[in-house]
Design a protein around this ligand. Sequence first.
Ligand code: GRG
Length: 324
Amino acid sequence: MSKPVLKYSTQKYIEKIDTEIRNILGDEIPILSKLKDYTVESGGKRVRSILVCLLAELYGELEDDIFTLAAVIEIIHAASLLHDDVLDNSLTRRGKPSGKEIFGSKEVILGGDYMLACAIRKLNDYENPALMDVFTRVIRDLSISELVQMEYANNSDITLDIYYKIIYGKTASLFQTACEAVAIYTQKSKVEIEAIGNFGKNLGLLFQIRDDYLDYFNNTLLNKSAFQDFENGYYTYPVLIVREKGIPEVSKRIENLFNLKHSDRTEKNVHKDILKILNENNAQDLTRERINELFSLISEQLNSFPQSDYKNKIERQIENLMNF
Ligand code: GRG
């Protein structure tokens, strides 16, 4: 068996990314120092930033600056989650008290803004407008998608097209940026930047639809309580694909459940009702089908890279995502 030639283990990547997060985030006042510790220690998987490192290895250009880019990605992700817990009034995150619960809503909103500013300031050091462009795009996308998601919460006018816009902005855009940032930094051609960005976008769509699937069908893998999307009034893929069948009676039953008061939607028997409709209408298989389609697309896109240990590692990480 050939010896692996990977430069670093995943654990080593995480250590390097975390050191950079600590360097980028300031600690002018005690709460910012605590927020910095929370960001590093709160148990995120670092999926996006590890992807940055693996892609840089794949391109043969893993330099210290790459860990900085990876940390910037992770900080934007962390700031968005702090804000998200306020918007969704979430008491927990990653199976522990959320930032909002620990620090307070106003504190994490302002703390998240501060973190974004630290990240952008760091990006400035690269003096690279193309890099700045993809990062500011993703911050816009995150904000817009949350506004659209809010507009369509408990709103049966939502369509699959609108859902795709939402999940592009809330998840896929950051995966896209992670990939594009590496290609821009390593001075790839416009065509290559676009191609790797597309790969990241599809990976992000897969990641979010999988998240939406697990919210109904296997939440133990997500380390969060089940039915959160339903309780928040968010129509996600499993629900929308059932509605696509165009059976008026089924759509009406779904709408009636989403129209219940929030406190009723948290009831166990109501969870059972929505799950019953989804199961009667094959939502699990239909959602898995879509995830498998995206997986095939991503695998095809990865195939355009020459064979290497780094490519194998990216493939393995994506295959791990498919074990659910
Ligand atoms: C502050 C830029 C900014 C935006 C505010 C609230 C908001 C607008 C955006 C939030 C978007 C959001 C909640 C996206 C969720 C994406 C997602 C799938 C999160 C879970 O990702 P994991 O599993 O998380 O990678 P860990 O816990 O591993 O870090």
